[in-house]
Design a protein around this ligand. Structure first.
Ligand code: NAD
Ligand code: MG
Length: 396
């Protein structure tokens, strides 16, 4: 029996995780579930999975929750506020923590899990983008197994050789390139001039994946793929020059590893996050995910094309941040979170997101890579402040 904590249990990744967990009651026991403010859903999840702890970051939302847990007949402990979530995430001896909080808010709990859990399943890509070096060092020091959940990184993880095979050859010696696939999002063929007037709902209508709104907008700008390039750099210790992006509208090939001899290994599956989640939950075993099986004959055709950075400037900007190194990825992530939030609430246009990202990255070019949580949060704060100044220059 493995114990599991799900950070961000009420989100899209939380749903998929608890769906897989619920299929294997003999394998998993839910220790803790966390949410920001959706206490209705958290309560339903608590009734179904009977965790020892539930945690709510927003104290206002948590009002009345204690009584509701008791009247549902649960002895579950309630932990309220951001510090409590970090404590829950860092509880010692938990077998697996799913890090599925969206955005920079996930950094402190994800780092806490990396210090204390036996394995961390990483969905919260913003955390590794903000503080990649610190996060990887923390995982190494505490000997936590780091399992990627992002479908591309999970695919790469499945296709890569084990880090030190019997010959002693390193991954860097065996592998020429890592190729991340991208669907191209909802605006792959939209006329570029029309991108100024697209609505948040259009941006969130992803053709292949059903996801939270922040990552859906990132997929539409392709900043998601930019963040994933940075994530791949840290997870697999690969230089930017050996990381490629390939548009693949069907979202069946989740990523590819090109070896020195010209062999290319890819992982395929239907676009359903339960597949990478089940891989990580079962690892090193394989367990059922509930996803429908791949029928290649029915799909018939798999297409690939090179991304157009004129259409998707965020991809180029993310490459610039990766090349600049240091704190640049953290700065970019913060600017992007501000731009996306403002776009989702209708205050700026879709194309302003890239403009804000570029301006903030140029305003803070030489930031050092954060060596501590406090440094990462401080840099994040500075970049957010600059991004908000940029908003004043956006025509409404
Ligand atoms: P979501 O918006 O559906 O869910 C986010 C979760 O985070 C919710 O449980 C919410 O309560 C919690 N949360 C939000 N703000 C918080 C805060 N301030 N403090 C604490 N908790 C907070 O998002 P999602 O689509 O599930 O994505 C979660 C993460 O997984 C993101 O980093 C995303 O990039 C990554 N990811 C998602 C998918 C996907 O298919 N959804 C795929 C790959 C990676
Ligand atoms: Mg992905």
């Amino acid at each position: 029996m493995k114990t599991i904590t799900v950070l961000g249990a009420t989100g899209s990744i939380g749903d998929s995780t608890l769906d897989v967990v619920g299929r294997h009651p003999e394998r998993f026991r839910v220790h803790a579930l966390t949410a920001h403010g959706n206490v209705e859903k958290l309560l339903q999840l608590a009734v179904r999975h009977r965790p020892e702890v539930v945690s709510v970051t927003d104290p206002q939302a948590a009002a009345g929750m204690e009584a509701r847990l008791r009247s549902a007949g649960l002895a579950t402990r309630l932990a309220v506020g951001p510090d409590e979530v970090v404590e829950v995430a860092g509880a010692p001896g938990i077998d697996c923590v799913m890090a599925a909080i969206v955005g920079a808010a996930g950094l402190a709990p994800t780092l806490a899990a990396a210090r204390a859990a036996r394995s961390v399943m990483l969905a919260n890509k913003e955390a590794i983008v903000m503080a990649g070096r610190l996060f990887i060092q923390t995982c190494r020091q505490s000997q936590v197994a780091l399992l990627p959940i992002d479908s591309e990184h999970n695919a790469l993880f499945q296709c890569l050789p084990s880090p030190h095979g019997p010959s002693g050859q390193t991954t860097g010696e065996a592998v020429r390139r890592l190729i991340l696939t991208a669907s191209g999002g909802p605006f792959r063929t939209t006329p570029v001039a029309a991108l100024d007037s697209v609505s948040p709902d259009q941006a969130c209508a992803h053709p292949k994946w059903s996801m939270g709104r922040k990552i859906s907008v990132d997929s539409a700008t392709m900043m998601n793929k930019g963040l994933e390039l940075i994530e791949a750099h840290y997870l697999f210790d690969m230089p930017a020059s050996r990381l490629e992006v390939l548009i693949h509208p069907q979202s069946i090939v989740h990523s590819l590893v090109e070896y020195m001899d010209g062999s290319v290994l890819a992982q395929l599956g239907n676009p359903d996050m339960r597949v990478p989640i089940a891989h990580a939950l079962g690892y090193p075993d394989r367990i059922a995910s509930g996803a429908s099986l791949l029928d290649l004959a029915a799909i018939g055709r798999l297409e690939f094309e090179t991304p157009d950075e004129g259409r998707f400037p965020c991809l180029r900007i993310a490459r610039e941040a990766l090349a600049a190194g240091g704190g640049a990825p953290c700065v970019l992530n913060a600017a992007n979170e501000v731009g996306v939030a403002e776009f989702l609430s209708g205050r700026v246009r879709f194309s302003d997101i890239a403009r804000i990202n570029q301006a903030v990255l140029e305003a803070l070019p030489q930031a050092d890579a954060p060596d501590s949580l406090e440094e990462a949060l401080e840099l994040d704060k500075r970049a957010r402040h600059l991004a908000k100044q940029q908003l004043e220059r956006c025509p409404t």
